[in-house]
Design a protein around this ligand. Structure first.
Ligand SMILES: *[C@@H]1O[C@H](CO)[C@@H](O)[C@H](O)[C@H]1NC(C)=O
Ligand SMILES: *[C@@H]1O[C@H](CO)[C@@H](O)[C@H](O)[C@H]1NC(C)=O
Length: 316
């Protein structure tokens, strides 16, 4: 509407008739066309229209992916960013362990605990494992603790399947690196939450994930639903993720999203980036669908309950 209004007087001004009439115009002639009050109203109307249009555009963009804030950009190298959030009551329904069960809750991201070179080496371990199988849908998992690997629409147990021959696939150095990385992540979590590192135990499931844009075939492939780790896996108290590939370099989509009323917060994966958080509903989250490429990560989970602890992977 606005452009039409503007163009009409211009067209009239172009005609010779308008030119000739102009000098004879008095205040009375002009007054009915546009008083200052009308001009003011028009300006306000136009302004309000623009604000409304901008708002509609913003809200449609906002609801499309629901993202409003970036907690960690892929390009940043974070020496440690920590945001405290009030703890949910999810821990109350479980056995409490003084000095470990979350009393201080929150989420952190750091790029200086695991080097990109270590991430690359860890990723090679994942690639070796995944080369033996892979889900038909977009999400495969490899659990070096239990030996579980996605194959087609199911899981196989690599250790049972290969027996001693597993030593031709994974090496002692692979397992050593995996333990080192787990240890560094555990230390990071203990420090950030002010608890003793020895009060934390590795728990299950702790696993590699490989995601691509293939359509889901089973519920296991549907990684993008919002969830609370403590609800899904009762044993989790602290969850961590180590990213093994780069957002927008290796894959598109696939950002991690903390879901909150008012403002969702994203973590953009970056190889070597560790993201960690308390596992209760104070950290409701989801992973966006991967649109292209392949996204690798490890989920490393910790519990305060020694009854739920698992061992590091090792050749027996
Ligand atoms: C957060 O994300 C969810 C799902 O993507 C969306 O439904 C919700 O509207 C988003 N919230 C905000 C405040 O943007
Ligand atoms: C995704 O990975 C599976 C193996 O798990 C593979 O069969 C499929 O071709 C991949 N899809 C794409 C789009 O690359």
């Amino acid at each position: 509407m606005a452009p039409q209004r503007r163009s009409a007087p211009r067209a009239a001004a172009d005609s010779g008739a308008a030119e000739r009439r102009r000098p004879s115009r008095n205040k009375k002639d002009r007054a009915p066309q546009e008083t200052p009050r009308e001009m003011w109203l028009r300006t306000v109307g136009l302004g309000a229209g623009l604000v409304l249009a901008a708002f509609l555009l913003w809200s449609s963009l906002g609801t499309e992916d629901g993202v409003t804030e970036v907690l960690a950009h892929r390009g940043e190298v974070l020496a440690g960013r920590f945001i405290e959030v009030p703890c949910s009551e999810d821990y109350d329904g479980h056995r409490m362990f003084e000095g470990c069960t979350p009393r201080k809750c929150g989420r952190g991201v750091t790029d200086i605990v695991i080097t990109r070179e270590e991430a690359q080496r860890i990723r090679s371990i994942a690639e070796k494992g995944f080369s033996l199988g892979g889900s038909d849908g977009g999400a495969s998992i490899l659990d070096l603790h239990s030996g579980a690997l996605s194959v087609g629409k199911h899981f196989v147990n690599l250790y049972r399947y290969f027996g001693d021959k597993i030593q031709n696939i994974f090496s002692e150095e692979d397992f050593q690196l995996y333990r080192d990385v787990r240890q560094k992540v555990q230390l990071t979590i203990a420090k950030a939450f002010g608890i003793s590192v020895s009060s934390l135990y590795l728990t299950k499931p702790t696993f590699f994930s490989r995601m691509n844009s293939s359509e889901a075939r089973t519920a296991h492939d549907e990684y993008w639903h919002a969830h609370v780790d403590k609800v899904t896996y009762g044993s989790f108290d602290y969850t961590s993720l180590l990213y093994l590939s780069d957002y927008l370099e290796d894959f598109g989509g696939g950002r991690f999203v903390f879901m909150e009323e008012g403002a969702n917060k994203t973590v953009e994966p970056r190889a070597g980036r560790v993201s960690f958080f308390t596992s209760g509903s104070e950290n409701l989250h989801r992973v966006e669908k991967v649109h292209w490429g392949t996204r690798y990560a490890i989920t490393i989970a910790f519990t305060c309950n020694p009854d739920h602890s698992i061992e590091d992977p090792a050749f027996t």
